[in-house]
Design a binder for this molecule. Structure first.
Ligand code: NAP
Ligand code: ZN
Length: 345
């Protein structure tokens, strides 16, 4: 086994502590990656909070780094390549979903970057709040030239999660898009929708982020707690991308969707209740999405490379991971924390 270190939670505590970790020896199609930068996703916070306490957890599923070693069957990468990895590190490769490049929906369940079950040895995967990660080559992507590797790390979860629905829903020039919740996912959704040519608005709980929204390229801004503004925006958007991290009523957001339009509910992944009439009136659609397949991830990275899109980040040494999670809990982030792992050397 390969020795590294990382930040984990163990036992009843929700405080992350530095611990020695082991990574598997390289299989023929594996890469060893020195993790340089790892984004702090709200899903990491959900995972830390929801942990049963019996199993140690190392979060981290959007990272960039450099290949340090390759298995003998690897042809696409060599040591020294800058790479990016997201929240899926393996899939069956044979089911209908994998065959169409939607490994994120693998019928045999994709192997998650942390808290997943390795398909070969049955071990629990440990995430990238760590100095090294070992990944199957198919699930690593070359980082486009010109993108800052720290600010690009969040593209691999937050970015691809909003890219897939924007793409699948045909967002392009003139599409009226609203993004609900201006956080890690939300601010990347705004940047991408704007770059796709969409007429883009932000829906946020207060006016605090209005200036930022405009700087990100949004033309419109709606305060969701103001009933008048919500009523004025009725039926206004072809697509509403909901990235809100807490449980909430979908009704007010469905009412903003235009005839035959779609609410894509990506943020809070628990049960929801919907009044059928909120769908019936205007023949509206409710959908969701999660992560992305390999082809879409590559396309998203190309698009971001071409348009210079990365996350707005606050870069912290990894030793400040608990502060980052605390501030994320309090919604005190604009718009993504990224951990610099070089302090683990
Ligand atoms: P984040 O940076 O914390 O952003 C979430 C945003 O939601 C906040 O900025 C806030 O926006 C809004 N919000 C928070 N609490 C709210 C409440 N009680 N009511 C209304 N709005 C609230 O989180 P993130 O990293 O973008 O993740 C967002 C969600 O997506 C999380 O639940 C995460 O687990 C999930 N996620 C899903 C996938 C997937 O595969 N579908 C992938 C990654 C993440 P305003 O301040 O603008 O109101
Ligand atoms: Zn994530």
């Amino acid at each position: 086994m390969r020795k590294t270190t990382g930040w984990h939670v163990d036992g009843p505590s929700t405080t992350l502590r530095l611990t020695p970790l082991e990574r598997r020896d390289l299989r023929p199609d594996d890469l060893a990656v020195r993790v340089d930068f790892c984004g702090v996703c709200h899903s990491d916070l959900h995972a830390v909070n929801a942990r049963d306490g019996d199993h140690p957890l190392v979060p981290g599923h959007e990272f960039t780094g450099v290949v340090t070693e390759t298995g003998p069957a690897v042809t696409r990468f060599t040591a020294g390549d800058p790479v990016a990895v997201g929240n899926i590190v393996d899939s069956c490769g044979e089911c209908a979903m994998c065959r169409t490049g939607q490994e994120n929906f693998c019928h045999a369940f994709p192997t998650l970057t942390y808290g997943g079950v390795d398909r070969h040895d049955g071990s629990t995967t440990l995430g990238a709040y760590s100095r090294e990660y070992v990944v199957r080559d198919r699930f690593a992507h070359l980082l486009p030239v010109g993108l800052d590797p720290a600010a690009a790390a969040p593209l691999l979860c937050a970015g691809i999660t909003v890219w897939e629905p924007l793409h699948a829903l045909g967002v392009g020039p003139g599409t009226r898009v609203a993004v609900a919740g201006l956080g890690g996912l939300g601010h990347l959704a705004v940047k991408m929708a704007v770059a796709l040519g969409a007429d883009t608005s932000v829906i946020s709980r207060s006016a605090d982020k209005a200036t930022d929204a405009r700087r990100l390229g949004a033309q419109g801004f709606i305060v969701s707690t103001d009933p008048e503004q919500m009523a004025d925006a009725r039926d206004r958007f072809d697509v509403v991308i909901d990235t809100i991290s807490a449980p909430h009523d979908l009704g007010p957001y469905l009412r903003l969707v235009s005839m035959d339009g779609t609410l894509s509910h990506l943020g809070y992944l628990g049960p929801v209740t919907v009044e059928t009439t909120d769908l019936l009136i205007g023949r509206k659609k409710l959908s969701s999405a999660g992560s992305g397949g390999r082809p879409a991830t590559a396309a998203m990275l190309d698009f971001c490379g071409e348009h210079g899109i990365t996350a707005d980040i606050e870069l912290l040494p990894s030793a400040r991971v608990n502060e980052a999670l605390d501030r994320l809990r309090r919604n005190d982030v604009r718009y993504r924390f990224v951990l610099d792992m070089s302090d683990l050397d």
